[in-house]
Every structure is written in structure tokens, then in C-alpha cells.
Ligand binder design. Structure first.
Ligand SMILES: C[S@@+](CC[C@H](N)C(=O)[O-])C[C@H]1O[C@@H](n2cnc3c(N)ncnc32)[C@H](O)[C@@H]1O
Length: 318
């Protein structure tokens, strides 16, 4: 495992999917501990270049320790891609990787507040120097907002009961620790039949809060939007997602840009000769890739991963 314990998921598959040109310019928008970044650098020649981003200061500390002239790092959100590329004087790139979600070191450090097993402050920010922590949000959110976030981002069917329990608890004491939150959720869900008995009853609530606090789905949608015009013709975009909400955004974005008229069913029924249709800006490369059984056995975090890949065509963007 590279620096600090994150086993990169779908490593071979994702780097192969980028079809790396030795003198190309690439972006790893989710550096983490640099597992994918290292492999990309290994595939590049002397003239190649890799720009990495991560919003997490711990990821930045690892990246800054790399002594590698072909590599540069910027602490930024991936929605800030344009500003980062502009600051390096880069117009177009030959490929970009997004390996979504959080890294193992983020989960494993109780002080970050992502873990429902080890007790720690309820923070959950990938960049703890900005924005609102989970504890701050839980202190003020309305019961309705709590329910909606937990139901939507956690796909939790007991969201109503959990939201009510959170509001009742915070009237007596602030909710500020991870184990405290896990216990409140477990009690609210009680003996109700759960979909997955092997899963902690608070797993979905933790996922929901994390997605909300870090605006993960908004960030993903913006990142895809920013990435597309930055791809050179033939440039690849590879995205590894970890749950169905993320995967749906990626799948729909790829489909929209890989079909004439953005795949609008009303327009695609018009009697227009195929040659006269506008050419789409992206071409899908293969089907969705899932990890092999051996990888899931070695790294349970890979279990829910899906890799999707698309290539920029020569067509102008609409
Ligand atoms: C799954 S880890 C990436 C692991 C990495 N591929 C490796 O091999 O070590 C995801 C990383 O993306 C970062 N991240 C997630 N969302 C981000 C965003 N919107 N902007 C910048 N970084 C983000 C997280 O801080 C985390 O370090």
C-alpha cells in the first residue's frame, strides 16, 4: 500500500482505461494517498505531466513530500478544476481520473469524524478548514431537512424516525461525537427489520451526512461539467464511483454527451438521416467495470466500486 494505508481500487483497470500517452498531460482530481497517481506517473515518459488535486490537507502533505518534476499538486475541490489548470497554464489534457468518496486514512482517523466504530468528534469535512461540520449542521437543521438528507443521500427508509430522534436528543444535549450519533440512530431504528443485517444501523445515516456536508454530488456534477471541455480530442475521462447516487450522475452525464441531441427521446424520434445528426462530444468506452472477486476479498472497500470511461470525440461541444 502506498503512503499511509489506502489500497487503490480498480487500479489496473482505471489506469489502463486512461490509455496513457507517454508525453501526455493527465489530471488525478482525487489524489488521496497517490496510489493511482503513482501508477499514472509510472506510465508516463519524461515529457509527460500529472496534475493532482485533493481538498484534504492530509492528502496534500503526502503529495508535497513527492520529489517528482513531472508532478504538481494543488489543494482544491475538483469543481475548481478550471482555476487549477489555468494556474498551471494548461489548456487541454489527455485524460482525467476521479476516484470518488473518501480514502481509508480519512475513515481510519477517528479525529476526522467519518467512522461510526471509533469514537471521535462529529466533523466529517474532507477539508476541515472550510464549511460546516456535521455536529454544527445537526445542531441547527430542521427535522424536515434532516429527514430529507438522510432519506435521499442515505437511501434510508427509517429517515423519519431517525430525524425525530435527532431533534429530541439535541433538545437535551448537543450531538457532537460519532459513537453518540451511531447510538441514537441504532435506538431510533430499534428492532425494525433491516435490509442488510450485516450492516451497522447507522451506516446509511453516516453516508448521508458525509455526502451532504461535503456537497459530494454537487461537486461531482460540477467536476464532470468542467472536465469535458478540458479534454483534448481522444482524451479519456475515467470515474470510479462507490454508490448508486454517484454512479447515476456519471452514467447520465456520459449518456447525455454520447448521444445526438443529448439522448432526448423526443428529438431522437425525428426522421433525420443519421449523417445529418449532430456528433456527440463523448464516446463511451466499454461497459461499466466492477472489481474482480479477488480484489473485493483483499479490499472490502472495493465491493461497491464501478468504473465508467468515456473518450472525447472531435465534435465541437454543444
Ligand atoms: C477514494 S480517495 C482517492 C484515493 C486515491 N485514488 C489513491 O489511490 O490514493 C478520494 C479522495 O478524493 C478527495 N476528494 C473527494 N471529493 C473531493 C472534491 N470534491 N475535491 C477534491 N478532492 C476530493 C478526498 O479528500 C480523498 O482524498
Amino acid at each position: 500500500m502506498p503512503d499511509g494505508g489506502h489500497a487503490p481500487v480498480l487500479l489496473e483497470e482505471a489506469v489502463a482505461a486512461l490509455a496513457i500517452k507517454r508525453d501526455g498531460t493527465y489530471v488525478d482530481a482525487t489524489f488521496g494517498r497517490g496510489g493511482h497517481a503513482r501508477r499514472i506517473l509510472d506510465s508516463l515518459g519524461r515529457e509527460g505531466r500529472l496534475v493532482a488535486l485533493d481538498r484534504d490537507p492530509a492528502a496534500e502533505a503526502v503529495a508535497r513530500s513527492w520529489r517528482e518534476p513531472r508532478f504538481s499538486f494543488h489543494r482544491a475541490r475538483f469543481s475548481e478544476l478550471d482555476a487549477v489548470l489555468d494556474s498551471f497554464g494548461i489548456g487541454h489534457v489527455d485524460g482525467m481520473l476521479l476516484d470518488l468518496g473518501i480514502s481509508s486514512p480519512q475513515i481510519d482517523d477517528p479525529e476526522r469524524g467519518f467512522s461510526l466504530r471509533a469514537d471521535g468528534p462529529l466533523d466529517m469535512r474532507m477539508d476541515p478548514s472550510h464549511g460546516t461540520s456535521a455536529a454544527q449542521w445537526l445542531a441547527h437543521a430542521t427535522e424536515r431537512d434532516l429527514r430529507e438528507v438522510i432519506a435521499t443521500y442515505g437511501e434510508e427508509r427509517f429517515a423519519q424516525q431517525i430525524a425525530r430522534a435527532l431533534v429530541a436528543t439535541r433538545a437535551r444535549q448537543p450531538i457532537v461525537r460519532t459513537r453518540q450519533l451511531a447510538a441514537i440512530v441504532a435506538e431510533a431504528v430499534g428492532a425494525r427489520p433491516r435490509r442488510d443485517r450485516s450492516q451497522d444501523p447507522a451506516t446509511r445515516t453516516f453516508q448521508a451526512l458525509r455526502i451532504h456536508i461535503n456537497q459530494e454530488l454537487e461537486e461531482l456534477a460540477l467536476a464532470l461539467d468542467r472536465a469535458l471541455p478540458r479534454l483534448a480530442s481522444g482524451g479519456r475521462l475515467a470515474v470510479i464511483s462507490f454508490h448508486s447516487l454517484e454512479d447515476r450522475i456519471v452514467k447520465q452525464f456520459f449518456r447525455r454527451h454520447a448521444q445526438p441531441f443529448g439522448g432526448d427521446p423526443r428529438l431522437s424520434r425525428l426522421p433525420i438521416a443519421a449523417a445529418a445528426l449532430p456528433s456527440p462530444g463523448l464516446k463511451l468506452i466499454g461497459r461499466a467495470v466492477r472489481p474482480r472477486e479477488a480484489e473485493v476479498l483483499a479490499n472490502p472497500r472495493a465491493r461497491s466500486a464501478t468504473l465508467r470511461v468515456a473518450e472525447r470525440t472531435q465534435a465541437p461541444l454543444a
